[in-house]
Design a protein around this ligand. Structure first.
Ligand SMILES: Cc1ncc(COP(=O)(O)O)c(C=O)c1O
Length: 445
C-alpha cells in the first residue's frame, strides 16, 4: 500500500529523483502529466489542462495525432535503428521533402541532429568550414540552446551558467525591440535603420572578413516573442551579402507552420543560407532537429569532409515521425492555419491589453504571441526586471492558470501564448478568458 494516493506519490517521486530544468529544485510542484489528446493534457489526478503553449512551442499538430502515432508504431515494428552513415529510406524521404518546402528554389540538403541546440552547434561548425572564418555574431535577447556551444550563442542569462564560455569568438549585438527599443525610438522605420547601423558598426569593429555567420531567430521566441520591424531581416541579409557572411535563421520555434508558412523565412520573404530546426518537425513526438543547407553551400561538402556526426542523426523513429508530421501538416492544411489563429489572438489579446492595467503589450505573428506585463502602462515599467532576481509574480499567474486548467509558460514579465495549430476559436477563448482571470486575481490587490 502506498502511504499516499498514486497521484501524490508520482509527484513526490518526480520531485525527489528528477532534476528539473532552469530551477532550484526545492519546493517544485507541477502537475504530473500522463496522457494528452488534441489541445488537452491530463494529469495523474485526471485533471485537464488546455495546452496554450504547444508544450514548448513544439506540439504544433496538437497531442496524439493518430497518423503520426501510427507511423511511429509501424516504424518501431520494422526498424528502430540504423547507424547514420547507412542510407535509409525514411531519412531520404524527409530530407527530400524539406528541400521541397524550403524557401530556396535551388533546394537544400539536411544534416539531422536530435535537437535544436545540436543543430545550432552543427550549423556553426558548417559555417566555419564553408567560409574558413572563425567569428560568429548573435543577438542579445536571443536563445539558441543551453549546451556549451549553443549556449554561447544565446544572448541572455541562460548563457551565463556556461561561462567562461566554452566557445570563444562569439560576439553579441542588439536587435530591434519595438516595445523597448535599445535604439531610443518608438518609430519602427527609425528602429530598423538604427539597428542596421549598429550591426554594421559591430561588424566593422570585429573585422567583417573574420565573421563566418550571423545567427538570428527570425522572430524572437522565448525572450518574449519579438517581431522585428519591416526591413530589418532584409537589411541583415544585405549586410551578410556585402561581407560574404552566412546568414543562419534559427527556426527551431518559428518553423513548421508557426508563423503561417512552412518557415518564417517564407513569411518574411528573406532567404538565409542555413536554417536550423527541431520541435515542430515531429510535433515534438520524437526528438529530432537538423540543419538545412541551401544547395549552393551544401555542394562545398562534396569534396570537403563534413566533420560532424551523432549516433542518433536521422534516427529511424524520429524521421518516421517527421515524415508523418509533414504529411499531417499538409493533409490538415496546418502550414497556413496560423493565419486564422493570428486574427483571434490579435483580437483576444488586444482586448486583454485594452482592459487590464498590467498588460503593457500584446504582440506576435501567426500562432506565436506573448503578452508583456507592466507595473505602469504609461512608463512601461516592467512587472519585474527582465533577467532580474525574481519571476515570482509571473509564477503566481502561471500557477493560477494551472488551477484554472490552462498550461503555458513564460519568463520574467512575458507570458507565451502559442497554441497548437489545431486549436478552435472556442478552445482559444476558453484559454484567453482564464488568462484574464488569472492576471486579475494574481496581480490586482
Ligand atoms: C529558437 C530556439 N533555438 C534553439 C533552441 C534549443 O532547442 P533544444 O531545446 O531542442 O535544444 C530553442 C529551445 O527552446 C529555441 O527556442
Amino acid at each position: 500500500m502506498l502511504p499516499v494516493g498514486r497521484a501524490e506519490y508520482m509527484r513526490m517521486s518526480h520531485a525527489t529523483y528528477v532534476l528539473s530544468p532552469w530551477s532550484a529544485q526545492s519546493g517544485l510542484s507541477m502537475p504530473s502529466i500522463e496522457r494528452a489528446s488534441g489541445v488537452y493534457l491530463y494529469d495523474t489526478d485526471g485533471k485537464r489542462y488546455l495546452d496554450l503553449a504547444s508544450g514548448l512551442v513544439a506540439v504544433n499538430l496538437g497531442h496524439g495525432h493518430p497518423a503520426v502515432v501510427a507511423a511511429i508504431a509501424e516504424q518501431a515494428g520494422r526498424l528502430c535503428y540504423a547507424s547514420p552513415a547507412l542510407f535509409n529510406p525514411g531519412r531520404a524521404q524527409l530530407a527530400e521533402t524539406l528541400s521541397a518546402i524550403s524557401p530556396w528554389h535551388e533546394g537544400c540538403r539536411t544534416f539531422f541532429t536530435t535537437n535544436g541546440a545540436q543543430a545550432n552547434e552543427d550549423a556553426l561548425k558548417m559555417a566555419r568550414l564553408i567560409t574558413g572564418r572563425h567569428k560568429v555574431l548573435a543577438a542579445y535577447r536571443s536563445f539558441h540552446g543551453s549546451t556549451p556551444g549553443s549556449g554561447a550563442l544565446s544572448g541572455e542569462n541562460r548563457r551565463w551558467p556556461n561561462e567562461p564560455s566554452a566557445m570563444p569568438n562569439v560576439v553579441h549585438f542588439f536587435a530591434p525591440n519595438p516595445y523597448r527599443s535599445p535604439f531610443n525610438t518608438t518609430d519602427a522605420a527609425t528602429e530598423t535603420t538604427r539597428a542596421l547601423e549598429h550591426l554594421q558598426l559591430v561588424l566593422e569593429y570585429e573585422n567583417p572578413e573574420s565573421v563566418a555567420a550571423i545567427f538570428i531567430e527570425p522572430v524572437v521566441g522565448s525572450n518574449g516573442v519579438i517581431v522585428y520591424p519591416q526591413g530589418y531581416l532584409a537589411g541583415m541579409r544585405a549586410l551578410c551579402d556585402r561581407y560574404g557572411i552566412l546568414l543562419v535563421f534559427d527556426e527551431v520555434m518559428t518553423g513548421f507552420g508557426r508563423t503561417g508558412e512552412t518557415f518564417a523565412s517564407i513569411t518574411f520573404g528573406v532567404n538565409p543560407d542555413l536554417i536550423t530546426f527541431a520541435k515542430g518537425i515531429t510535433s515534438a513526438y520524437v526528438p529530432l532537429g537538423g540543419v538545412m543547407v541551401r544547395e549552393s553551400h551544401a555542394k562545398y561538402f562534396d569534396d570537403h569532409v563534413l566533420g560532424a556526426g551523432h549516433t542518433y542523426s536521422g534516427h529511424p523513429l524520429a524521421v518516421a515521425a517527421g515524415n508523418a508530421a509533414i504529411a499531417a501538416y499538409r493533409n490538415d492544411n496546418l502550414f497556413t492555419r496560423a493565419r486564422e489563429i493570428e486574427s483571434w489572438l490579435r483580437e483576444g489579446l488586444g482586448a486583454l491589453r485594452d482592459r487590464l492595467p498590467m498588460v503593457g503589450d500584446a504582440r506576435g505573428i501567426g500562432a506565436f504571441f506573448a503578452i508583456e506585463l507592466v507595473r505602469d502602462k504609461a512608463t512601461r515599467e516592467p512587472l519585474v526586471p527582465w533577467q532580474g532576481k525574481s519571476s515570482a509574480p509571473l509564477l503566481a499567474v502561471l500557477r493560477r492558470l494551472r488551477e484554472l486548467g490552462i498550461y503555458t509558460y513564460g519568463r520574467y514579465n512575458c507570458v507565451m501564448v502559442t497554441p497548437p495549430l489545431i486549436i478552435t476559436k472556442a478552445e482559444l477563448d476558453e484559454g484567453l478568458e482564464a488568462l484574464g482571470t488569472a492576471l486579475e486575481e494574481s496581480l490586482v490587490h
